[in-house]
Design a protein around this ligand. Sequence first.
Ligand SMILES: NC(=O)c1ccc[n+]([C@@H]2O[C@H](COP(=O)([O-])OP(=O)(O)OC[C@H]3O[C@@H](n4cnc5c(N)ncnc54)[C@H](O)[C@@H]3O)[C@@H](O)[C@H]2O)c1
Length: 302
Amino acid sequence: MQLPMTKKHPAGSVKEAFNLTGRVAIITGGAGLLGAKHAEAIAELVGIPVLWDIDKVRAEDRATEITSQFRVPAVGMAVDVTQAECIRRALAEVLSMFGRVDILINNAANDPKVSTSGLQAGHSSRLECFPLEQWNRDIEVGLTGAFLCSRIIGCEMAQRNKGVILNVASDLAIIAPDQRIYRLSDLTEDQQPVKPVTYSVVKAGLLGLTRYLATYWAEKGVRANAISPGGAQTDQNVEFVRRLTKSGATWAHGSPRRVQGCRCLSGIRRFFIHDGSEPRHRWRPLGMVNQDANIPRAGKCF
Ligand SMILES: NC(=O)c1ccc[n+]([C@@H]2O[C@H](COP(=O)([O-])OP(=O)(O)OC[C@H]3O[C@@H](n4cnc5c(N)ncnc54)[C@H](O)[C@@H]3O)[C@@H](O)[C@H]2O)c1
């Protein structure tokens, strides 16, 4: 792969090569686990992260922390990505503050976590009784939200003839969930927690949205990509981490280790949001051929 820094910048000055000074990046779900990491990655490259989240207090708190840590004017805003009018208003506010939006990271989702006591999604997540309301809500946040933000913010980018949309998918956009890794020993079969069906559906849908967007505004200089990370290692119990790591090693499309630290995504994210990822720079990870959209897994960092 040809990195944009090869001639102009000596190896080692990655931050300089991927510098985002003055660029404005909207991150949906910015107050969450990975949202804050995306924001930090932008701030590290001297870009301006704007954290949109339905949770105003957490978004503002994260933004304050990032401002003090990286000395960039990060902003946290209350935005519901399922509401077009709310997105329009928030975009107008961002434009009045900074005059531009360069990057959109569609990251918001209903993402049930595995904690020390197992997968949060419990009995009601099983397919046999998965509530229609939950199906609608998950699709609304993860997929409709990404569509609305892409449509509204993408139009603004297309008018300026420049912009980047990065959709946060998941390895489960590509592979089947192995529900065995979530099993708890003290529950009956019909009570075993499972990764909800909507997670796979939303993430696969995001890949379709990415391919569509990748060509739609290509002539207008708006690029679209997706990343498909494996699980981020947090406070999951030891047994879960063991099972996840083991299952990843056996899957054909799996990266050598599916469980990875959140910082592991930095290189991929950095690459796709930077101008250096223009179409001539294609990355074919793990044998996957990229057509209009690059859809790598986050197993490899640079
Ligand atoms: N954590 C992982 O292991 C992992 C792995 C692969 C992919 N992902 C994907 O990365 C993204 C972030 O995951 P995470 O672990 O940080 O999840 P998270 O739950 O910590 O963060 C999601 C954020 O989205 C926000 N949100 C929910 N509904 C919203 C709405 N209507 N409008 C605006 N914001 C809303 C939540 O308040 C939350 O802060 C998700 O798309 C997830 O599917 C996560």
